[in-house]
Every structure is written in structure tokens, then in C-alpha cells.
Design a protein around this ligand. Structure first.
Ligand code: PMP
Length: 470
């Protein structure tokens, strides 16, 4: 049993677990590297330690200095643990889309947390990345860790994760599967494994279906911390320098529902409580392993713990509300769900850069004359992402504004926007969906896999009026 003089020394040396249940019937063994067992709870402890030590060595970080980072949470936790041990102030700037538990953990370790949006064009001054740059300029002695472009991030995995996996598998690994956020993990670990094996190891990226790394359209998705998102108004889109694209041989593109349900299975069937990006990675690893034989050996990396997501993917109500879960709540439960009243018509939407006249033409074709207004953007093949809905518009409201002379047909719709419609998930029981309407709404958007696919009206959701079972 190990004894450490400092928590910093305890980072790494994580175990592999064979996925016996999820891998049942698959010839190739699949082993999961449990990075959530790191001292700060994630794979990013490795990158954090490596970046801080390199910055001290290079003179970027001096005694009394301040560490600043834009982080989905885990890198910030690693930087805070290591940074505080070494006497630095740490400011973690977190995306307002990250799970709130992560910010609580950051504060618990002594970080100052700044929340900023990431759903803006990259050039917008309030975008997380620009907030971070501004803070770094303003605070004397500040150093921006910049995991996205810092070579010490992938380097951490060249020196630790890669060699550990090679040693743990006795050089038998044939396939390495990991998600790609900054790309540090897959580039460093994959690069090392390729080098040490004479390119015998195949490296597979596990990517959310919509992410651009694996060929998606860059629209938002629900698995935090991996993939590459592109806002439609972003002018110049750059991939992080920590991502070495030549290391990745292939991508498996995993839909959100498959990622989330796989993470839930991982906890229930393997006793490994890991986060959503682990679900993506394991789903990809299982796809890869199904195509392999008994002489192959797959290692999949589980970046963090499921404890940070208890209010999301491990919460059945959350899963249902976003349209990711449809099974009955209990075997006896036969209350009809939104699915039973779902109509098949395509959702009518108004783009946010439309004029009122254009919007009226669209609204007259919408059931009930009401439609969501979505961020103007090129067509997204996967449907309207809930996070890109900026408001709602009704034909009656637009017509009366024009008739009263408060608006002209050529005016932009943005001046007449009402609040976004409430949302309900396809797997939500009718009574709870009806409750979501409150008193002020007559319709709700129906979410399937986090995307708005249809509209339901109050009468359809009335549990008293609904007949039949699920
Ligand atoms: N999963 C989780 C939960 C993470 O926090 C991160 C880091 N952002 C990743 C995956 C991706 O790791 P990397 O940045 O090394 O590509």
C-alpha cells in the first residue's frame, strides 16, 4: 500500500477493470482505465500537474502567482489541488453549461469560480475564452494554463497514462479508445502507445455524434467535456493544439442517448460510477470490440466520476424531461407518456434573423399559430437543439403588433419575442408534462434526445382526457 508525502504524488497509477457484463458475448476483452480514482476525481489531474510544473520550470508561474483556466471543471479541480499545495491563487472560469456540482467542488478545494457562457460566437467578449484572456491581462502575476494549446497537457499522458497502460496490459493492448476534449488524453496516450508498439495500436476517438472532430455539424450535444462545438456565427474555428489529429485512426460517433444509457449501465452492471463522457467512450469501445477477435485487447479510458452528474444522467426525472428515457418508472406503471400523444408533423420554426412578415408566413402553417424561434444558422441535420431556442412567437401577437402600428412587417422578429415555450420529454408521464405548462402556456415543445421534435397543446396533455396505456 502506498504512502505519499503529498497528494500531488498520488496522481496517476490508476487500475484497469475488465468490463465483464457489458462485454458479455464479445470475443475481445475490454478493460476500462478508471481515471475517476485520481485524487481530484478525473484524468485531468495528470494534465494539471504537468502544466503547473512546466510553467514553474519555464518561469511563467512564480511564487505568489495566480493560475487562471477556462475549464469544464475537471482541469480546474486538478489545477486547484496542485496549485493550492504549491501556494498559488486559482481562478477557474467555468462554462455555465457545466454541472453545478463541479463548481461546488472547485470552491471546496479553494478556487475562485467565475461562470461565463460558451454558447456565444467565439469572438463575443463575454465568451468564456475571452473572459479568461481579460482576467489574465488584468491580474499581475497571472498565468493562463490554457489546456487547449499547452503542450504540457498531452505530454502528461506521454509520461504517465501511456506507459501505465502498456505496462498494465503487458504490451497486449491492440486498441485504445478515448473521448476528445482538448485532445490531450488521446494525443499523448495514443501517441505513446503507437510509438512503443511500432504503430500496432489502433487509436479510436469516441465522439458525440454532432461534434466536428468525428464529422458532425458542430451543433450542441449533452455529453459534457468532449467533442468540438461550433457556434453558427463563429468566423474562424480552430481546433486545439493539444489535439494531434494524426494520432487518431478512426472515430466512433455516438448519439447522446447511447452515451447516457451506457454510463448508467456502467454503474449498475459493472459497479463503475462514471460520467457521461465515460459512457461515450465505453459505447465506442464496445462497438470497436464487437468487430475484433480474442487476440485483441481494448482499453477504454473513463475520464471522471458519476458523482458530479447525480442531478443529470443518474436522475430519472432529468433523463425523462430531456427525452432520453422512455421506459416505465416501475414495472407496474402504466400512466401514458408524452410519446402516446406525439404527433408526427415536422416542427415549424422561425429563424432569429427573420423579418416579422417572413415569420407570419411561417406561423400561419404552424399548429395553433405558435412556433419556437431558433438561433439563425445553417440547417442542422439533427433537428432543433433545445439550447438554441431563443424565444417563441405567435401569429396573433405579431398581427396585433402590426395592426396597432407598434411594429412594421420589415422589422426583425427579435423585437417581438415571447419567452421560450416550456419543454417536455417524450418519456415524461402526461400528468408531469401537464404540470410543466403552468398557468401561462397553452403548448409545450416535445424533446426527443434533447432536440425539439414537435409541439403539444394543453388539451392533449390533460391526463383526464387521455385514454389507454403507454
Ligand atoms: N471527459 C471529461 C469528463 C473531461 O473533463 C475531459 C477534459 N475536458 C475529457 C473527457 C477530455 O479529455 P481531454 O481534454 O484530454 O481530451
Amino acid at each position: 500500500m502506498a504512502v505519499y508525502e503529498s497528494v500531488t504524488d498520488a496522481i496517476g497509477q490508476t487500475p484497469l477493470f475488465r468490463l465483464t457484463r457489458l462485454g458479455e458475448g464479445i470475443a475481445a476483452p475490454v478493460y476500462a482505465k478508471a481515471e475517476f480514482l485520481n485524487i481530484g476525481g478525473s484524468v485531468k489531474d495528470r494534465a494539471a500537474r504537468s502544466m503547473i510544473l512546466a510553467a514553474e520550470r519555464d518561469g511563467h508561474l512564480r511564487p505568489g502567482g495566480t493560475i487562471i483556466e477556462a475549464t469544464s471543471g475537471n482541469t480546474g479541480i486538478g489545477l486547484t489541488i496542485v496549485g493550492r499545495q504549491r501556494g498559488y491563487r486559482v481562478i477557474a472560469c467555468v462554462s455555465d453549461r457545466s454541472a453545478p456540482e463541479k463548481s461546488d467542488i472547485l470552491r471546496a478545494y479553494g478556487a475562485e469560480v467565475v461562470l461565463a457562457p460558451t454558447t456565444l460566437p467565439a469572438e463575443h467578449p463575454d465568451h468564456l475564452f475571452n473572459v479568461v484572456r481579460r482576467l489574465t491581462e488584468e491580474i499581475p502575476g497571472a498565468w493562463l494554463a490554457n489546456q487547449y494549446d499547452n503542450p504540457a497537457n498531452p505530454e502528461a499522458h506521454v509520461h504517465t497514462t501511456g506507459p501505465e497502460i502498456w505496462e498494465q496490459t503487458g504490451g497486449r493492448i491492440t486498441h485504445f479508445v478515448a473521448g476528445v476534449g482538448t485532445g490531450g488524453t488521446i494525443s499523448g496516450t495514443g501517441g505513446y502507445l503507437k510509438k512503443v508498439s511500432g504503430s500496432a495500436v489502433t487509436v479510436v476517438g469516441a465522439d458525440p455524434e454532432a461534434s466536428t472532430y468525428g464529422g458532425g455539424d458542430g451543433s450542441p450535444w449533452f455529453v459534457e467535456s468532449i467533442g468540438h462545438f461550433v457556434h453558427p456565427e463563429t468566423v474562424e474555428d480552430l481546433w486545439p493544439e493539444s489535439y494531434h489529429r494524426d494520432v487518431v485512426d478512426a472515430f466512433e460517433r455516438i448519439p447522446d442517448r447511447e452515451s447516457l444509457l451506457t454510463a448508467r449501465r456502467l454503474a449498475r452492471e459493472e459497479g463503475l460510477l462514471a460520467g457521461p463522457s465515460s459512457g461515450t467512450a465505453v459505447a465506442a469501445a464496445l462497438r470497436v470490440a464487437r468487430r475484433l477477435g480474442p487476440d485483441d485487447l481494448v482499453v477504454v479510458l473513463l475520464p471522471d466520476s458519476g458523482r458530479s452528474y447525480l442531478s443529470k444522467l443518474f436522475n430519472d426525472d432529468w433523463m425523462r424531461a430531456w427525452g432520453f428515457l422512455e421506459e416505465p418508472r416501475t414495472p407496474q406503471d402504466d400512466e401514458p407518456t408524452v410519446r402516446t400523444v406525439l404527433r408526427t408533423h415536422q416542427l415549424v420554426t422561425v429563424p432569429s434573423d427573420a423579418s416579422l412578415a417572413d415569420a407570419l408566413a411561417v406561423l400561419r402553417t404552424a399548429p395553433g399559430g405558435v412556433a419556437p424561434v431558433v438561433v439563425a444558422r445553417p440547417a442542422r441535420p439533427y433537428g432543433v437543439v433545445a439550447g438554441e431556442i431563443v424565444g417563441s412567437l405567435s401569429a396573433a401577437a405579431v398581427e396585433s403588433a402590426i395592426a396597432a402600428g407598434r411594429a412594421r412587417p420589415g422589422d426583425p422578429v427579435t423585437g417581438e419575442l415571447a419567452a421560450p415555450l416550456p419543454t417536455v420529454g417524450v418519456g415524461q408521464p402526461l400528468s408531469s408534462a401537464h404540470g410543466a405548462l403552468g398557468t401561462e402556456h397553452d403548448a409545450a415543445l416535445v424533446l426527443l434526445d434533447g432536440r425539439a421534435v414537435s409541439l403539444v397543446h394543453r388539451a392533449e396533455l390533460d391526463p383526464a382526457a387521455a385514454g389507454g396505456g403507454r
